[in-house]
Design a protein around this ligand. Sequence first.
Ligand SMILES: Nc1nc2c(ncn2[C@@H]2O[C@H](COP(=O)(O)OP(=O)(O)OP(=O)(O)O)[C@@H](O)[C@H]2O)c(=O)[nH]1
Ligand SMILES: [Mg+2]
Length: 252
Amino acid sequence: VAVALSAARVLVVIPTYFEAANIDGLLTGVRRHLPDADVLVVDDGSTDGTVEAVRARAATDARLRLLERRVKGGLGDAYRAGFARGLDEGYEVIVEMDADLSHDAVYLPELVSAARLGADLVVGSRYVPGGSVQGWSRRRWWLSRWGNRYAALSLGLAVNDCTSGYRAYRSSMLRELDMATVSADGFAFQVEMTYRVVRLGGRIVEVPIVFRDRVAGTSKMSSAIVVEAFWMVTRWGLRDALTLARRRRAYR
Ligand SMILES: Nc1nc2c(ncn2[C@@H]2O[C@H](COP(=O)(O)OP(=O)(O)OP(=O)(O)O)[C@@H](O)[C@H]2O)c(=O)[nH]1
Ligand SMILES: [Mg+2]
């Protein structure tokens, strides 16, 4: 079994939207820390040179590919497209990470090996001992920290960082959770995916990461994304509470 697992094929999916300042450095890091993995960049029509930078590297790196989409479809949609491709092509572990250098490639081997050892979802976590955030304002940190606590409490998730976008999935779990019906987009996408893994009884492992705020390029975070996450979590939480109450009544 150990031999079969260590030969597992790994795909790293990286969504990009105007990341010309960061993408080259990121791809260098990915290659350094995960030389044997395949990489799929999913770009939504960046016109700042991101696409050209990826193409230039792909010319000499057969394991790097670019999936180009014409219009900005949002982060969730980019992941749905990238993951679908990875599942079609039979990868065993699928990793997701941001292109803005917030996610240090140094953690990739640890994320992948935890998935190979049997975790269905490995979360690169800022909020476990050893994990942290560098460069955020107090307000941003507070929003993320309490947003995570609120989601975990509402949905019964024993996960400290369910909004993290630095993760590895076993593809068997991705297949089971039926991505096509995952509706959320921003942070809520990460929360919804975590919620589904928990409901399916998947094994989740958190690996501490030091997250660095983006230095170059512009953030696509907006208050709409935060509001979307808040309402989705609240809605699902209430629905779960109602279901539980109904079941209790039925047993009485
Ligand atoms: N393909 C694609 N990628 C996107 C889209 N929106 C964001 N991204 C990428 O998704 C990753 C995360 O986006 P960020 O802008 O860093 O969002 P964030 O990390 O929540 O916000 P910051 O903390 O401000 O960086 C980056 O690699 C973006 O380039 C999109 O609509 N399509
Ligand atoms: Mg970012």
